[in-house]
Design a binder for this molecule. Structure first.
Ligand SMILES: [Zn+2]
Ligand SMILES: [Zn+2]
Length: 329
């Protein structure tokens, strides 16, 4: 099969992913072999490829938002030809204190698709059969970005404790935020979007944002909740400055450049909270996919062939496309 392999993590401008011909993955008990139909690109892929997340295995195939057909390892629940999705959480040990208390996103021995095991920037991929999800009635390109950007965006809303009708700020407006916004609208929330790029602001307005502004503009009202999407601590502090007393920020980023010093008395006191969002649980995935189906969520996508995977990652880094980038092998 053809696959995009990471030999040495480096800046995306150096084209770190190389397209090679390798043997198909061998089926293993408890796993399904998938023929990949589409695999969406996430900012985490960029952090892996550029080495901001420490390399774990040599010759890694990244990619963790896989839509594929079961072509091997079929079971009664997952017969041959079933179309399923695979996300970042590729497996857990099922027996650590976190797994036992319903917090499998924090598992002590997790498997991460496209990081600790090979992922979906390839023609075929293996996935644990108990960590794949049947997909709603979306086409391949539109289903793929739901599988991390969508699920983790949804988890961010949960971590921030969003309640119906609240004022919610989205700081940064990439793949994840543009999927969270329609969910918030379906909960009758007012949504305030600060982001760089006129086209991102237009997309946010067209999806029903109450207010849109540039990355340095402060929303005109105090926010109940905020979610930050940029890998930047400055953005977290800007979001904090927009929060009412008792408000909560959820940081939807696996890596931040740093957190700058800020004024505790003015910005955090008053029982404001800063929380991080780590990974996802299978129930986040199932709940979100159900909501996506109910509200008819249709991601905005740009497709790239496998041989342009470096270009797709560069587009994410430069914020040069609206919505999500999807690799079609
Ligand atoms: Zn991701
Ligand atoms: Zn565990």
């Amino acid at each position: 099969m053809k696959a995009a392999i990471l030999k040495v993590p480096q800046n995306i401008a150096q084209l770190p992913l190389e397209i090679v011909d390798i043997a198909n993955p061998e089926p293993i008990a408890g796993y399904v072999l998938l023929r990949v139909r589409a695999c969406s690109v996430c900012r985490t892929d960029l952090h892996i490829v550029e080495g901001e997340m420490p390399p774990i295995r040599a010759g890694l195939i990244p990619g963790h938002q896989i839509v594929g057909d079961v072509v091997g390892g079929a079971t009664a629940e997952l017969p041959l030809g079933t179309r399923v999705g695979v996300s970042w959480l590729g497996g857990t040990d099922g027996r650590c204190p976190y797994c036992e208390h319903g917090r499998e996103n924090l598992c002590d021995s997790p498997t991460f698709t496209g990081y600790t095991v090979n992922g979906g920037f390839a023609e075929y991929a293996l996935a644990r059969a108990d960590f794949v999800f049947p997909l709603p009635n979306l086409d391949d390109l539109q289903a793929a970005p739901l599988l991390c950007a969508g699920i983790i965006g949804y988890r961010s809303l949960r971590v921030a404790g969003v309640e119906k009708g609240e004022r919610v700020g989205l700081f940064g407006f990439g793949a994840s935020a543009h999927l969270a916004l329609p969910v918030l609208r379906s909960w009758k929330c007012e949504v305030f979007v600060s982001t760089r790029g006129a086209s991102h602001r237009q997309l946010a307005a067209s999806l029903g944002a109450t207010w849109v502004g540039g990355e340095r503009d402060r929303p005109p009202v105090a926010l109940d909740r905020a979610i930050t999407f940029a890998p930047s601590g400055d953005v977290v502090v800007a979001a904090l400055a927009s929060l009412r007393k008792g408000g909560v920020i959820a940081i939807n980023a696996i890596h931040l450049d740093r957190i700058p010093e800020f004024d505790y008395d003015r910005l955090l006191w008053g029982e404001r909270q800063i929380r991080s969002v780590a990974n996802m649980t299978r129930s986040d995935a199932r709940d979100f996919l159900q909501i996506a189906n109910q509200i008819g969520l249709r991601p905005k996508v740009t497709a790239f062939p496998l041989h342009q995977v470096n270009e797709a990652l560069r587009a994410i880094k430069n914020d040069s496309i609206d919505g999500a980038a999807v690799i079609v092998p």
